[in-house]
Each structure stands twice: as C-alpha cells, then as structure tokens.
Design a protein around this ligand. Structure first.
Ligand code: FES
Length: 161
C-alpha cells in the first residue's frame, strides 16, 4: 500500500469533524483522532483535514511532521519500542538492536516487508530496573539478551501467520 495510489475511507473522519466543529484550536486533537482511526496519517487524510479545518495543507503537514507522536507511514501489526535510554544502553541495548536487525532485516523507523513488525527506538520506557527492555504493543519484555529478543519476535511472527 502506498499513499500516492491508495485512497483512505474519508467517511471515517466525519464523526471527528463533528466532534470538533467550530473549535479553531483543535487541529492537534483532530490529527490524534485521525491517527487512532487509520493507524497513521495518510496524505489524503491530511488534505481532508486541511480542507475541513480551513488550514493550508502546508500547515497541517507542518504540524504532523513537527510532533513525534504523529506517524506519516503505516506501522507494522506489532510495534517494537526498543529502549535505548541510559540504563538499557549500559546493559546492552545495542546488542538487542543488532539482534532484532539480524532477525527482522529492518532497523529503527522501518517496517518489515510482510507488515508484521515495525521498530522504533525510544529514550526510556520507565522500567529501567528490567533493562534492557523492549515493548511490543502493550507487552513489556525485560532482562533481554540477544537470543531472548530473537526468540520473542520469532514466536510473535509464528503466531501472526
Ligand atoms: S532506560 Fe530503558 S527503561 Fe529506562
């Protein structure tokens, strides 16, 4: 799927526009809701938001690219948040990242061809005593070793088939 040839179902935005009708300062909230609906912010959705809110497409795109919470590309079914904060770094986060790259063939900010995994490195997941740590969707995996990290993603990949 790509943004230039794939059209989003824009009717899903109708309740969002209704909820924020008349609120001139709701652009970020609308973008957040749109991302919840589509999983990311496709280009045609950004244009629809621009038109509906009376902002220029450049402004909407500027806001969407400024805040790290917004994603402009689809993410995989399973989002791996790999911690590279200080505690995790000291305890081997680099070797975990290397193992994930070896296993999945993609690195930070990328998605596997089968759409099953995306990897994103983050600064701290708030559970430093378990370092090194990664989260996959809502689940936290601590005290990782390279072998353990590979085994976890292998099991998830098997279950996703
Ligand atoms: S540094 Fe990794 S969880 Fe805090």
């Amino acid at each position: 799927m790509c943004d230039c040839c794939e059209k989003s179902d824009l009717s899903k935005l109708t309740p969002v526009f209704e909820a924020f009708a008349g609120d001139d300062h709701a652009l970020i909230s609308i973008l957040q809701k749109a991302q919840e609906i589509y999983g990311y912010l496709p280009v045609d959705v950004l244009y629809a938001i621009a038109e509906k809110t009376g902002n220029s497409p450049a402004k909407v795109m500027g806001v969407a690219t400024f805040y790290t919470q917004f994603r402009l590309k689809p993410v995989g079914k399973n989002l791996i948040l790999l911690c590279k904060g200080t505690a995790c770094h000291v305890n081997g986060a680099d070797s975990i990242e290397k193992a994930l790259v070896e296993e999945l063939g993609v690195g930070d900010g990328e998605t596997t061809d089968d759409g099953i995994f995306s990897i994103k490195t983050v600064a701290c997941l708030g559970c430093c005593s378990l370092s090194p740590v990664m989260m996959i969707n809502e689940d936290t995996y601590g005290s990782l070793t390279p072998a353990k990290a590979k085994e976890i993603v292998r099991k998830i990949r098997e279950a996703s088939k």
